[in-house]
Design a protein around this ligand. Structure first.
Ligand code: HEM
Length: 472
């Protein structure tokens, strides 16, 4: 008993140092969570502590602190805070990217990694090439002004094919459009400020007849959409597997076949269905944002575009780029790193949560504390990247023409998160970005187009944070 009190006393003492230590933010949390520039610029500190409706939140603004906590102490820093509207009101708990740290999350993630492994990468790259050449390139050729829609169609179709192996249309595929709707529902359920129940837990008990309980009606409709998102493509795949008709290999098909003889096959099949549902959300918006960031950068920096084109032409010649060409495209590599750095697709990462209390550099960090790794701030740190708001791929190249090793590489650090929750699809994303960028550069000139008077449209880069993902 006595020692229990002692520990409690210690905790209180250290807790008071938190408040004098890292800068404590005023309590307008959700606004700040949407403004990564603000969180680092206002404070000039590596770690910010704030409370939102009594819930502790730490924002980490530098890479070293993130590595110390999220990687070296991953056993404590790898959980996720539950989005109450999603998991408790709608009752949808299927997504392993949002699951708390534990066995169920581990099983889903292992299943994902077994399929999206380095060993399977050549097969995945083949599918990427197929969709790039049969979908994206002809679409751009037909209507270059719809580039954003074409990128979405390309990435959505590819995602659906890798996951389910179902045939997709080159444009406006119904399954892809429906999956986008479904993921919008998921994003809305956790969007800061949208549902009060995410902040005030007891609201989930409000009866449906009470004024102010509209969110409960909405939840019912959302549940129907999410059930269809998970069931429809999965059942279509199982049916195609039974008929053996014109199906392609996919995550669902290969994983179900591998697990077919397991005694708990039914449970495993449910995990397969749930993991499949997660893939579209992990892959689509993030990779589309990164691709559109590359395109935007080429518009505002035509000199960089020309230099990258010259490199691609000199390595590839008259044919289309292949994955085997990528190691020789050093300048393109710098361009991709700079695109990931300049506008990180998930500027605040995906928040982690502590599953135990901790003490770091004398600061007490409570259990169930949300931990936000501010990728934007890390990748705009002037100590490493001078003129960080400018798009300058040269920053990654030494005077004698090698890739720099002395500054953090956005392909490996911060962009894809940290520790045990680090993005398990980063190798797929990077493959897609490299080959897409090289192929577009080899075939097209990228510019902003002209207005009705024939003058070039002026482009000012603006990035809109929407929930987790930054949009171009
Ligand atoms: C440029 C593209 C991408 C970016 C910037 C990105 C970024 C991220 C980030 C920041 C996280 C959270 C990491 C953390 O909690 O520390 C994450 C998680 C995840 N990503 Fe990606 N990602 C991208 C592409 C992909 C692709 C292509 C896939 C699938 C093939 C994918 C699947 C996932 C999954 C399943 C998770 C959840 C992991 C977990 O919670 O255990 N992502 N991603």
């Amino acid at each position: 008993m006595a020692s229990g009190w002692k520990r409690f006393d210690d905790a209180l003492d250290i807790y008071s140092r938190i408040l004098q230590g890292p800068w404590e933010a005023p309590r307008f949390g959700s606004m700040m969570l949407l403004c990564p520039e603000l969180t680092s610029d206002m404070t000039g500190t590596k770690m910010v502590y704030l409370e939102l409706f009594g819930k502790p939140i730490i924002i980490i603004n530098d890479i070293k602190t993130a590595q110390e906590l999220l990687e070296k102490r991953a056993g404590i820093y790898s959980s996720r805070r539950q989005i109450r509207m999603l998991t408790e009101v709608i009752g949808f708990k299927a997504l392993f990217g949002l699951m708390p740290y534990g066995d169920e999350w581990r099983t889903h993630r292992r299943m994902f990694r077994q399929h999206f492994s380095d060993r399977n990468l050549p097969k995945i790259q083949e599918r990427i090439l197929e969709f790039l050449r049969k979908s994206l390139l002809p679409n751009i050729l037909t209507s270059p002004e719809d580039i954003h829609g074409h990128v979405r169609d390309f990435i959505g179709g590819l995602s659906s094919s890798l996951t389910y192996g179902l045939p997709t249309q080159r444009q406006n595929d119904p399954l892809v459009r429906f999956a986008e709707q479904g993921w919008l529902v998921i994003n809305h359920s956790g969007a800061p400020g949208r549902y009060l129940v995410n902040l005030l837990s007891p609201l989930k008990y409000v009866p449906e007849w009470m004024p102010g309980s509209r969110f409960k009606q909405e939840a019912k409709e959302m549940r129907k959409t999410l059930d269809r998102l998970m069931e429809d493509p999965y059942q279509a795949t199982v049916k195609a597997m039974e008929s053996k008709a014109g199906r392609k290999t996919s995550f669902v098909q290969e994983t179900l076949e591998r697990l077919r003889d397991k005694p708990d096959f039914e449970t495993q099949a449910r995990y397969v269905k749930q993991t499949a549902c997660q893939i579209f959300g992990g892959l689509s918006e993030t990779t589309a944002t990164a691709t559109m960031t590359f395109i935007l950068a080429m518009v505002i920096r035509p000199d960089v575009q020309r230099k990258a084109q010259e490199e691609v032409d000199s390595v590839v010649g008259d044919r289309l780029p292949e994955f085997a060409d990528m190691p020789q495209l050093l300048y393109l590599s710098a361009v991709i790193k700079e695109a990931l750095r300049w506008n990180p697709a998930t500027p605040l990462g995906v928040p982690h949560m502590t599953s135990d209390q901790d003490v770091y550099m004398g600061y007490y960090i409570p259990k169930n504390c949300t931990v936000i790794a501010n990728a934007y701030s890390m990748l705009h740190d002037e100590d490493f990247y001078s003129d960080a708001d400018e798009f300058k791929p040269e920053r990654f190249i030494t005077n004698d023409g090698h890739l720099r090793q002395d500054i953090p590489d956005p392909e490996l650090v911060a962009t894809f998160g940290f520790g045990r929750r680090v993005c398990p699809g980063s190798h797929v994303a990077r493959s897609m970005l490299y080959i897409t960028a090289a192929t577009i550069l080899s075939l097209f000139d990228i510019s902003s187009g002209v207005d009705p008077d024939g003058k070039p449209v002026e482009v000012t880069p603006r990035f809109a944070p929407a929930s987790l993902v930054s949009y171009v």
